[in-house]
Ligand binder design. Sequence first.
Ligand code: ZN
Ligand code: ZN
Length: 161
Amino acid sequence: MSPPLTIIEFGYEDLVEKARAIAHAGGRGHLHTTVPGCLITASARRAIVLEATDEGAVYAFFDERPIEERAKPLAILLHGADSVPGEADELLPACAAVNRMADRMRLGKGHFHILNPVCLVNPHRGRWTILFEDAELGVLESVSDERPLADIRLVERLIYA
Ligand SMILES: [Zn+2]
Ligand SMILES: [Zn+2]
């Protein structure tokens, strides 16, 4: 599957329930939050996208309003409380490419995705990709073999800010 993903649309409560079921079963699943026009959904609405890796299925809740706050409980279910960093957490320096993307985001020029090795959106399956959809520059990528923790921390902080 390459983006846009084939998505099964869920209500918010059903999506939370799905995340809870995956977490309870010890299954693999991860989230994306998307904005209108995002390559993941190709939708005019925002979405919380849940990839249920073991099922090979993708579920999403769509809405017009910002959804980051509503994504937090699902992120905690699937990725643990550490996935939503606190303001006090110390940041290690991110790599130069991701810092450049962060600067673009602060200018309002685009948005981030963190793509893990099994992510269906990841063009470099088996590796980690930090992807930035830039309104002017197109898709920017930073690819690494190991989980790029410092980059992820910076991106998560920007996403949930
Ligand atoms: Zn996107
Ligand atoms: Zn994914």
